[in-house]
Design a protein around this ligand. Sequence first.
Ligand code: SF4
Ligand code: SF4
Length: 300
Amino acid sequence: MRLGRRGFLRMAGVTAGTGLLAATRAQAKVPQATEEDTLPGVLVDTTRCVGCRACEAACAETNQLPAPPEGDEVMKTRRDMSQTAFTVVNRADAPGGGDRFGKKQCLHCLAPACASACPVRALDKQPTGPVTYDASKCMGCRYCMVACPFDVPKYEYEALAPRVRKCTFCAERQAEGLPPACVDACPSGALTFGKRHVLLEEAKRRIYSEPERFVHRVYGEREAGGTSFMYISDVPFEALALPAGVPEKPYPSLVAGALGAPPLVMTLWPPLLMGLYAFSKRRDEVAAGEQGHDQEDHHG
Ligand code: SF4
Ligand code: SF4
């Protein structure tokens, strides 16, 4: 993330008033059980991913982004998403030798912190599932980048009319009854699209059927209150660039009470953002440390 601490503090201080705006609009709400039954999701089974990166190519084509780099060299360093790459596949060592691969993109949280932090609702959770972005509403404050616990939104710093960029969950394709392009392109069955609650059951079935193999957890079942993209793996999720330590409580609910009391907003909104900033900074440091470690492993 290129938003430095000083820039962040200036932004938090100068625009503290926008907290009032945020307080007066509806916060991204935590879905109820009945709604969750209808929400779509994607199960990423990293044990089935072959690292072909067909998902990256399909995503780039669908979103009219530059084609992803070719060749196996790209797997030697951990990659992050960017304003021109909405999904990236990273490599980890498999137990007993070999490779594991994990695709990363916006996880389309059930109660997205990005949408909750956006004072003008440029990012919004659709009732149909995707967290979408409307550039015409965006004022460029980049609160969403600070708030996202998965470090997803990227900003077009060099553009004349910069936008926040991230995976859209192929909302337009879904509206036409099609699965996301990455799922469609995956040749190995690593990606399954369907109702989130059905996929969660399937994820647990796979784990329980081979308990000696899988990590006993579905990443995304509870992180940040639950996400639409969920992962199962036989290597630690952190090895596949999924951040550890993401709080389980939905981010909007952490602040809902405070934001509902306007007199407190001016004082509470900046500290909340500082907390989120501290978490994201720590996450970046851990990621940088792991990347250095990966590179040492490759050179060693
Ligand atoms: S992963 Fe980040 S950008 Fe995506 S919905 Fe969740 S908070 Fe928003
Ligand atoms: S297309 Fe499927 S198998 Fe290929 S890298 Fe993406 S998730 Fe893995």
